[in-house]
Design a protein around this ligand. Sequence first.
Ligand SMILES: CC(C)(COP(=O)(O)OP(=O)(O)OC[C@H]1O[C@@H](n2cnc3c(N)ncnc32)[C@H](O)[C@@H]1OP(=O)(O)O)[C@@H](O)C(=O)NCCC(=O)NCCS
Length: 268
Amino acid sequence: MTLPESRFHGECLVDFPFDRPDGPVRGRLALVHKGAFDFIERNRATYLFASEEEALSSLKIERRRRTYLMGRYALKRAASDWTGLPPGRLETVAAILEYPILKAPVADVPDLTLTHTDGAAICLAVEAGHATGIDLEPINPARLATYDRVTTPRERDASRNLALDAPSAAVLYWSLREALSKAVRCGFTVPFEVLELEALHEHGDGLFRATFRNFGQYAGHAWIRDGHVFAVVHPKKSVPQPGPEFWKILRATGCFPKETDMLESPAR
Ligand SMILES: CC(C)(COP(=O)(O)OP(=O)(O)OC[C@H]1O[C@@H](n2cnc3c(N)ncnc32)[C@H](O)[C@@H]1OP(=O)(O)O)[C@@H](O)C(=O)NCCC(=O)NCCS
């Protein structure tokens, strides 16, 4: 099955590789933003499997239906780009712990990690076994109390050394924890202290690097851009190497809906 052509797809695909001492690790990131929602909903029969349609119809809350559909579409776009197969041949199933698994009739099946907000869904496809989690979070000062509730006293002390306002610092911690919870696949089912950060350092231009108290084998990178935090947590010796296109994507996510940023999406 192929998707019908349309001038505006509201999506981008960019490389998001990692450097490692033993060689590079491939990564490919798909971003879909809410301007594409009508297209995504109208054409869902071309990329959803029956199991996914069933999961969709079990969702009663409209907001969740939208994030689910945008998420499926982002997963399919990243997976299709990786495998060379059309989205309609790629089934994504929720594992017992609810992380997405790709079923594809190819040898090179990537791991997928997904995040969505009201405005966008982002999927990162990485080489299988490179345990990675991502999170995109708007910085919403009205939710400061929620973010603070899950920050430990040690983290709150450390955050005072960052040249950031309180909501930005709190979302940075939250988002890195959430990305860690996806990399290790437990989600927020464990006490928040388990996901505590060990250290968080700024590396200039809104980039931060984190290590974790209980997960010494992982590290995280997070960027603050246009009122959002985007975090990626990965094996400690890996360093993400997003190219210049990545920044364009993040800018787009901060300016919903900014369709002009997305008009030149790659042809299917
Ligand atoms: C992982 C978790 C913290 C993400 O929170 P969220 O507010 O939904 O945040 P995001 O939009 O950034 O991420 C959602 C995606 O994370 C992925 N995800 C869910 N559980 C995951 C896990 N255990 N490990 C890795 N990824 C996971 C899913 O792909 C999900 O999107 P989908 O449901 O549309 O497929 C949260 O879903 C969680 O704690 N899940 C654990 C399982 C659980 O508690 N389930 C009960 C739900 S009522």
